[in-house]
Design a binder for this molecule. Structure first.
Ligand code: IPE
Ligand code: IPE
Ligand code: MG
Length: 250
């Protein structure tokens, strides 16, 4: 089956967020170390970035490392950091070729200097690209992001720049790292886990959730297109009734 041809190009999500999960289990199933799964997960990233660009998705946020992931064994964490550096280095050419602009969210200051430097280099290099906006969530925690927003807003009040009545949902959104990026219409999580794991809590308040059983290293373009097709079958009501939506359309 070739799902790409059945996707309605007029009803595409502008922003898709993905919790890329299942690398460790994928490796274990093959009698390998967990890192082997992470290495194979890079190919899936490549495929999905290409697929997103192919159909014209504007923003793609990939959850690559959570603040909670720092609790993993030191060897796994350092292997992941090395992998981020090599992936970022090796992908620069491809990103340029595909007109992809790279960005990152999270407590980036907590990443090793070498990761920060390589990341900044590629962000700088791709900043004028006009195709897909690829956002990597690295050392990311949604609760931390919201906490920082509360601190920034409180500090502006303390300085007298704004008053309490100026606090609106828009102001809060503008104090998150995703400022200026529309909320994801679709959130995908692979590997059969049905949870959010501290990812984009504010931003996904009305997202369509799609849980796939497929482990991340096996997640293909076809799986990605199937998720979009499923999204297009859903009725997004935003509190209204189905009847109201039909009236709105006519
Ligand atoms: C996701 O795969 C990648 C990261 C969290 C870095 P996991 O490493 O969580 O794989 P499982 O869930 O243990 O299979
Ligand atoms: C969530 O996956 C974080 C990333 C995919 C980067 P985890 O595998 O760390 O999530 P939990 O701990 O099982 O919820
Ligand atoms: Mg996991």
């Amino acid at each position: 089956m070739n799902s790409i041809n059945t996707i309605n190009k007029d009803n595409l999500p502008k922003h898709i967020a993905i919790i890329m999960d299942g690398n460790g289990r994928w490796a274990k199933k093959r009698g390998q170390q967990r890192v082997f799964g992470h290495k194979n997960g890079v190919q899936s990233v490549r495929n999905i970035v290409e697929a997103a660009g192919q159909i014209g998705i504007k923003h793609l946020t990939l959850y690559a490392f959570s603040t909670e992931n720092w609790k993993r064994p030191k060897t796994e964490v350092s292997a992941l950091m090395t992998l981020f550096i090599t992936a970022v280095k090796n992908e620069t050419k491809n990103l340029m070729k595909n007109n992809v602009k790279l960005n990152a969210i999270g407590s980036l200051e907590n990443l090793p200097k070498s990761v920060q430097e390589n990341l900044n280099k590629i962000i700088e290099k791709t900043k004028n690209n006009t195709g897909l906006n690829l956002i990597l969530a690295l050392s990311y925690s949604s609760k931390q992001e919201i906490t920082n927003a509360v601190k920034n807003i409180s500090s502006d009040i303390q300085k007298g720049k704004i008053s309490i009545n100026d606090i609106t949902e828009e102001l809060i959104s503008n104090n998150l790292q995703t400022k200026g990026i529309p909320n994801p219409e679709l959130l995908i999580r692979t590997s059969g886990e049905n949870r959010i794991s501290n990812f984009l809590l504010w931003q996904i308040s009305y997202s369509e959730l799609y849980f796939s059983e497929v482990l991340w290293p096996d997640f293909s373009k076809e799986h990605f297109f199937e998720a979009i097709l499923e999204y297009q079958k859903r009725e997004r009501r935003f509190g209204k009734t189905g009847e109201q939506l039909k009236e709105d359309k006519s």
